[in-house]
Design a protein around this ligand. Sequence first.
Ligand code: ISL
Ligand code: CA
Length: 562
Amino acid sequence: MEEKKWWQKSVVYQIYPRSYSDSNGDGIGDLKGITARLPYIAELGADVIWLSPVYASPNDDNGYDISDYRAIMPEFGTMEDFDELLKRAHELGLKIMMDLVVNHTSDEHNWFKEAKKSKDNPYRDYYIWRDPRPGMKGGEPGAEPNNWGSCFGGSVWKYDETTGQYFMHLFSPRQPDLNWDNPKVRDEVFDMMTWWLKKGVDGFRMDVISLISKPAGLPDGVPGETGYASWADCATGPHLHEYLREMNDRVLSKFDVITVGECPGVSMEEARNYANLEGSELNMIFQFDHMGCDYADGVGRYGLTVMNLQNLKEAMNKWETGLEGYAWNSLYWNNHDQPRCVSRFGNDSKEYRELSAKMLGTCLHLMKGTPYVYQGEEIGMTNCPWNSLDEINDIESSNNVRQNIEKGIIRKEDALEVMRRQSRDNARTPMQWDDSENAGFTTGKPWLRINPDYVTVNAKDAVAREDSVYNYYKKLIALRKKSDLIVYGKFELLYPDSKEVFAYTRTLDDKKLFVACNFTDHDVDIAVPDECKNGSLLIGNYPDGNASGKLRPYEAVAISLD
Ligand code: ISL
Ligand code: CA
């Protein structure tokens, strides 16, 4: 039996501050807005809040481009506002997990401003600089030091005229990558982390931490449809675990924290190291396999995606079983980079929105790992019916959709539909608090369009109505707190070949839980395993909820045998 930790029993609630709650009418969510909503989160039963970045930033990538790690973005408030938020959260028993974005900084960070002054500037080696390809002139097509493509489209290299070299940016050109091989960079980052932990924050979600150690020699990769090699290929470079262990020794081990590393491109073997149960690196990671379950063939994320339940089950099963006994898992359907799960994996029609949102909640929250709830998921918020590409703010989907049209990978007339299915802005439309103007998010003009369904989909209604998605999530979260079986039970997938049902069991000593979720809008027959036939219904999303041998549309049942 693994040693029990508080963060294994916890549920994390993610806030995207820009879109949560606006206290001063400028149309932008802020820290005071969040503080005012803390009781709502405590009431849901979450234990930890993960705050997407609140640091000073020019907002080229909405705060994931940080210009000062020890200052608050003025649009979000002041450091006093932050301290107040932290204090109020702690009073309510909520922990605060900060976003740590240290694969890159903003190009407006002082380090980068210094670094680009000259080749011998003391900050030059804080970043990754290379000469143009031999025999080529800097800035001309093909002169980039290698063929890697950025996550946001185009090359990962930007030419700097002043010093005649390229710098690397795996994301936007305004997000230059830090050089982790430089011990001074590590000192700076570890000092900064210690500074926040001493202030009293409770942990870190580490942005693309799998990418910080770049492969030796930065070799060309195998090009994909776009002509570039994938940015994700440089995941888990040669010194990655060494750097994380150093971070753990020098910083994390001195505090009682929760840590989760965002790890696009991670393999199972590596994940077992990152999140090893001895605790020498991180508590857990976010893997991305299931986020690719609906990607269009040969196109990837920004194409006409189609939900495929078998892919989804295969990915979840892989991580549930692959980490068992080696490392702790994290569970999520949503975050600020992903479309809304009810639109993506469920059914956001009037008839099935709530049922399918509850079904998805059941399916995720009864698996093994620490569950993450992204703001609005607890009320079943949906993707936004974008009317035009001009409404999109998100740099990733805008750039990739444009690039894919230019390269003939998708048709221009499909662009809007691609955005409706996949843009990160589907997650970023403001939180829907009530049915008043602007969904109660702001008294001003919201920075991003509000989803018109706020009239029916909003927190005020959901909190008040007994059979809402919110109250169902509350029950799911409460169940986990009472049950070692839900937290620690071994996971086993049932009916792997079913295209309609996601079913599994959880087992701990002589206790067993059977979970079955219908991902379709029609009845399906399910076979309850013999040993579960005499069990009792722990939770289900139909009012008369009992497994009658059939699962009705989007029905979810959990049957326990004690
Ligand atoms: O899922 C993805 C692949 O299409 C991406 O959104 C991927 O998760 C991602 O870009 C990495 O995410 C993180 O780092 C980015 C930032 O834009 C994201 O918001 C953040 O979560 C750069 O800091
Ligand atoms: Ca504001």
